[in-house]
Design a protein around this ligand. Sequence first.
Ligand code: DCM
Ligand code: DCM
Ligand code: DCM
Ligand code: ZN
Ligand code: ZN
Length: 268
Amino acid sequence: WGALGHETVAYIAQDFVKPTTKTWAQNILDDTTTSYLANVATWADAYRYTAAGAFSAPYHFIDAEDTPPSSCSVNYARDCGTKGCSVSAIANYTSRVQDASLPDTEVTTALKFIVHFVGDITQPLHDEALEVGGNDIDVTFDGTSTNLHHIWDTNMPEELRGGYSLTDARAWATNLTSEIKAGAYKSEAASWISGLNINDAVTTSMTWATDANAYICSVVLPKGQSAVESGDLYPTYYNSAIPTIELQIAKAGYRLAKWLDAIAAGEW
Ligand code: DCM
Ligand code: DCM
Ligand code: DCM
Ligand code: ZN
Ligand code: ZN
C-alpha cells in the first residue's frame, strides 16, 4: 500500500488496541500523540531504499509462484525465498519486539516493521509473483500510464478518498472502524483474526497471505493479465476493485490491533 493505506491501517489499529497496548506502543515509539502508529507506518518504505535498509526490501511481499487466474495459492517453502519475505519478517520482528536483551533502538525498529508489514500483506499484489507483483504490468488509470501494482497501492485508494495526507487517512480509518464496530464488517471481523497466535507467527501470517492472494484470481486478474493491459481501468475495473481495497485495509487494521494487544499482554 501507499502512504494513505498504511496510515489508515495504523489509525484503525489505534482505534481498537487496549489502553495498556497504547501505553506500551507509545513508550517504545517515544510518541504520545494521537498518531503514534500512523506516524511510523510508512517508515519501512523509505528505509528499504537506503543502503542500510536494502536488506529489508524483500520483507514487503511474498512472491507466490502460482498460476492466476486458474489457480491461486501461497506456499511458504516455495515462495518465501532465501532473502526472506513478509511472512518471515513478521515472525522475526514479532520475536524481536519482545526481546528484552535487545537495545531499545532495535525494539523500536521491530515495532515499526510490524506496523508496516501487517499492512502490506493484505495488498493482494504483495502476495503474488506474476510480473513482479504486477509492477511489470503496464496499465492506464484515469488517463495516466502506470502499472497494476501502483494503482492498487496508491491510485485507487487515493481516487476513493481524495488525498494521501494524515488527515485523509484519519477520515478513512474512522469510516472503516465504524464499519467494523457496527456496519458492513461487524459480522465477519471475528473471522479476520481467526487462529491469530503471536507464538506461531509464520502460520498466522501465512493465513493472511493466502487470504489476500485469493483475490488475485477473483478480483485483481479474474480474466487474466491481458484483460487489464488494454483500455482505461477507470471506472469499470476501479469499481470492481474498491470493495476489496476497503475490506483489505480494514482487515489489516483490525489484525494489527489484535497482534499488538497479544504482544503487549505478555509485557505486563
Ligand atoms: N505519496 C503518496 N501518494 C502520492 C504521492 C506521494 O502516497 N500521490 C507518498 C509516497 C511517499 C511520499 O508520499 O511515501 C513522498 O512521495 P514522493 O517521493 O513521490 O514525493
Ligand atoms: N536484523 C534483523 N533480524 C535479525 C538480525 C538483525 O532484522 N535477526 C536487523 C537489525 C538491524 C540490521 O538487521 O537493523 C543489522 O543488524 P546487526 O547490526 O545485528 O547485524
Ligand atoms: N513489490 C512486490 N513484489 C515484488 C517486488 C516489489 O510486491 N516482487 C512491491 C514493493 C513496492 C512496489 O512493489 O510496494 C514497488 O517495488 P520496488 O520499489 O521495489 O520496485
Ligand atoms: Zn506495493
Ligand atoms: Zn511496503
